[in-house]
Each structure stands twice: as C-alpha cells, then as structure tokens.
Ligand binder design. Sequence first.
Ligand SMILES: Cc1ncc(COP(=O)(O)O)c(C=O)c1O
Length: 344
Amino acid sequence: MSISDNIRQRMIQGSWIRRMFEEGNMLKQKLGADKVFDLSIGNPVVEPPRELHQELQRLAKNPLPGMHRYMENAGYADTRSAVAEQLSQEMGVKFSHQNVVMTCGAAGALNVVLKSLLNPGEEVIVFAPYFLEYGNYIDNHNGITRVVPTDETFIPRLDALESTITARTKAVIMNSPNNPTGVVYNQDLIDKLGRVLGAKEKQLGTHIYLISDEAYRKLIYDGIKYPPVFQCHHQSIVASSHSKDLALPGERIGYIAVNPDCFEHDDLMEAIIFCNRILGFVNAPALMQHLVRKLQDVTVSLADYQKKRDFLYGNLVKMGYSLVKPQGAFYMFPSRPPRTRSSL
Ligand SMILES: Cc1ncc(COP(=O)(O)O)c(C=O)c1O
C-alpha cells in the first residue's frame, strides 16, 4: 500500500464535513443553487466588502514593479506593519512588523506555529468541541492532542485544564469566537486561563504557549468587545486570517502575531519564518498582501450575520432545540430537540 497508514486512517475518520460540502455541490448542480442551503463548511455567505474590490481595481490599474515576485518569507514589511498597527489598536499592546508574519490563512498560521514549537510526542491541549482540523494539524508535526471538556455553556473547564497539563504540554489552542459553538470567551475567563498557565509553568519549570486562533475575531455581535489574550500570558501567539472578516477564504491570506514580551521572542520569530518557508508556503500570496494592507480596519457587514443568527436561533428555540446563543462567528451547536409524541 503506497499511502501511509496514518493518513489513510485520518482520511477515513476526518473527511465527513468535506464530503457533506461536496454532496451539497452535487445537489446544487442537480437541483439549482437556490434550492440547497449548504451549512457544511465555514464558507462565508456574504461577498467581500466593496473596499476590497476598489483596492483590487486600483492595484490592477497601477501595478507596482515586482509585485508578483518572491519576497522575504515573513511577507512584505509594510503589510506586516499595517497588521501590527491594527493589532496594537485592538489589543492594547504595541506591535511592530517584527512581531508579525504573513501566512497562507489561519490554517497555514497554525501549522507553522505547531511546526516551530513541537518536539515529537509533546502535547497540545484543545477544548471540546473544537475545529476538527486541530487534530490533523497537531499530528502533522508529531504532537499529541489532549482534549479538555467545557461546561454546559461551552466555557473551558479550568480545573480540567489544570489536571491535564503535564511536563509534556507545549501549547494550548483556544478559539474565540468559537467554531463550532459561536461562544466568545470573556475577559475574566481569559485572565483566569492565563493564571492557570502561568502557575503551571512555574510549577513544572516549562513554557506553555497559548495559541489563540482568532479567525473570527472581528465577527462578534451584540456590541460585545473582544478581550485580547496578550496581556494574560507572555507566551502567547495569535493565528488569524482574513478568510472570514473580509470573506476571502479561497485567497489564503492570514498572519501570525507573537507577543512582543514572549520569552525567546526573536528565536521563535526566526523559527516561524523558517517554517513558513520549509512547509512549502514560502510566503503568503503576494497579491493578497498588497490588497489587505489598506483593509485592516474593514470588515464584512456584521448586521447581515447578526440578522441570520437571530433568525436561526429564534426559530431553532421555537422548534424545541436547546442551544447556547452564539455571540460571534457563524456557527450554532444545538442539541437534539426533545422527542415529541408525533416523532416517536
Ligand atoms: C476555527 C478555525 N480556525 C482556522 C480556520 C482556517 O481558516 P483559514 O481559511 O484562514 O485557513 C477555520 C476555517 O474555517 C476555522 O473555523
């Protein structure tokens, strides 16, 4: 057999969401796109904002010399500076381009970070339910996934986190706003999480990285503000992208931001830039880097998503489903409704 046993096994176990997406595409061809509501993968239903098309036209009309060539593996310094500027405003920590690497989406960012950090057999903690690709990404870099439960409102159980951390724990991945629950962690939880990690580092004499997957950071409803993670833990890294906030998942543009106060910051940045190269990404797509440079403070219409959230949530509750009202992202995680007499 040519294909590795591990990959064959992972393909069997982990491809059902993709299979649903492909089935949806087949049904659309058969029945018409307006007859099929595809809720399988996290594809934005909205189009990118007008500003993105304007910027694309401007670039096409005024091409910059060498704009499609190789560049530094970290990405263009001026794009990284624009991301750093936006992060400084949102996070209350001063970033420069030296803390930022442009990547092929948040998926590329997570793989680069894990490749940079993990020795074989080291453990990465995730909170259930989680974005299922985390298991594959951790395995890509010979790590072991450890799953910590959340409570009935999908908030991580910090007592369980504490007892799962060992000397082999290299990182914890958190994801807020969360796929698949839509839950947004509040400042109090993030502070407590930071305190647990800090205490465990002291007790074990290790460094435990908090990897914050912020693919949905700008998709938050009801006026809730996103609590930044960088103040809660020095060893913190954000992996994010414009797949959802600019509705660009097919274009593969994202970034990594490392806490400027991180221990061995410069070594870690060098490793991250090196891994971006050797994983074969080489650099994030050049055209997209030119494009998003000026769009750091632009986001798709939140009102559209919030309207859909309200419609779906309200109707699912009326139908008898119980679910936590999502505060961000575009997912819902309902439990099965109670059986009624007529459904028995
Ligand atoms: C939680 C989460 N992280 C990462 C990703 C990957 O995002 P990207 O398309 O930017 O690689 C997704 C995509 O749906 C996601 O839901």
